[in-house]
Design a binder for this molecule. Structure first.
Ligand SMILES: Cc1cc2nc3c(=O)[nH]c(=O)nc-3n(C[C@H](O)[C@H](O)[C@H](O)COP(=O)(O)OP(=O)(O)OC[C@H]3O[C@@H](n4cnc5c(N)ncnc54)[C@H](O)[C@@H]3O)c2cc1C
Length: 308
């Protein structure tokens, strides 16, 4: 059985940082992930930082983390939010190229000494005091002194699209079918959360002439203290508003939404409500902001933001 100092389960944002920190401090580290194509995958909006989160990215950077460096390498737009307000509420926010973000992070991991990246689904762990054993679905076993669980949004996850439900990970990636049982047996209480993601649309189908263009800012600071080059903006974001017609279409189709119909009962994050939740909850508002973020060259992502 191959021996490591540490095994990190999950190569999402948390797992990549944990594995890099361990390896950079001299620990022989194994990083396991369900899919090598989803290392540091941005499941939704390819936005890094923003209000209350830009500071966190800079803190991770100050601690030697990779997120800031990787964002600077792969961003397509960067802005300081709330620049008209006081410094306490200003926050750096970048839109990253989703594919480049994943590719660059994977490259960094693969080129880090002491760090071994492997595609495998962990099904069980055995804690035998000093020695811990990580088992995979195909019967491989790895021994280590410490295990880091960074399994994110993949534990027996369901994807729900209107009335359609599939037991799968984000974006059609494989999910983790067995680890939840192991965690429960270890006495860990599991909760089910929910989050929403906006529709992806083809950028060529959008009439930009009626939208408000939001360019990135030039001569702006980078996320990482290590980045020497000023960030370069290559894409714009666009802003528009919903209207009464949009609200009517959404209200007419509410019955198709499992969150509204009560089929989904998971606890949702505070700041990620869907447009239909806003239409229901804030029925007195006659418009809501709608941001269109560039994702890849021609795919755009709608993001509805409500400001009271
Ligand atoms: C549809 C959707 C929309 C979202 N929208 C936003 C948003 O707009 N803004 C935002 O900030 N956040 C959003 N999130 C949440 C965001 O994706 C997560 O908070 C973030 O990815 C968590 O990072 P993480 O490193 O903890 O885990 P993840 O990024 O989820 O990574 C988990 C890793 O663990 C691996 N893994 C899991 N189980 C096993 C196993 N048994 N064996 C091996 N590997 C395993 C997976 O392969 C993956 O590599 C959204 C999530 C989803 C699903």
């Amino acid at each position: 059985m191959e021996k490591f100092d540490a095994v990190v389960i999950g190569a999402g944002h948390a797992g990549c940082e944990a594995a890099l920190a361990l390896a950079r401090t001299g620990q022989k580290t194994l990083l396991l992930t369900l899919s090598l194509d989803a290392v540091a995958f941005l499941a939704c909006n390819p936005s890094i930082g923003g209000t209350a989160k830009g500071h966190l990215v800079c803190e991770v950077d100050a601690l030697g983390g990779e997120m800031g460096v990787n964002t600077d390498k792969t961003l397509i737009q960067i802005r300081m939010l709330n620049s008209g307000k006081g410094p306490a509420v200003q926050s750096l926010r970048a839109q990253a190229d989703k594919v480049a973000y994943h590719t660059e992070m994977k490259k960094t991991i693969e080129n880090t000494p002491n760090l071994y990246l492997k595609q495998a689904e962990v099904s069980n762990v055995i804690d035998d005091g000093e020695e811990k054993i990580v088992q995979t679905v195909v019967g491989d076993e790895f021994s280590c002194r410490a295990i880091v669980f960074a399994t994110g949004v993949y534990l027996n996850s369901d994807i729900v699209i209107g009335p359609y439900v599939e037991n799968v990970g984000p974006n059609g990636f494989k999910n983790a079918k067995y680890l939840s049982t192991c965690l429960k047996n270890l006495g860990i209480k599991l909760l089910r959360f929910k989050t929403g993601t906006p529709a992806r649309v083809n950028g060529r189908s959008i009439d930009y002439s009626n939208l408000i263009e939001q360019k990135g800012e030039e001569n702006i600071q980078s996320f990482s203290f290590l980045t020497k080059k000023k960030p370069k903006n290559v894409r714009s974001c666009y802003l528009t508003y919903t209207n009464e017609d949009t609200h009517r279409i959404i209200r007419d189709n509410l019955y198709r939404n499992p969150t509204i119909s009560g089929e989904i009962k998971g606890i949702g994050p505070r700041y990620c409500p869907s447009i239909e939740t806003k239409i229901v909850r804030f029925a007195d508002k006659d418009k809501h902001q709608l941001f269109i973020y560039s994702k890849l060259l021609y795919n755009f992502l709608f993001k509805f933001i409500f400001r009271a």
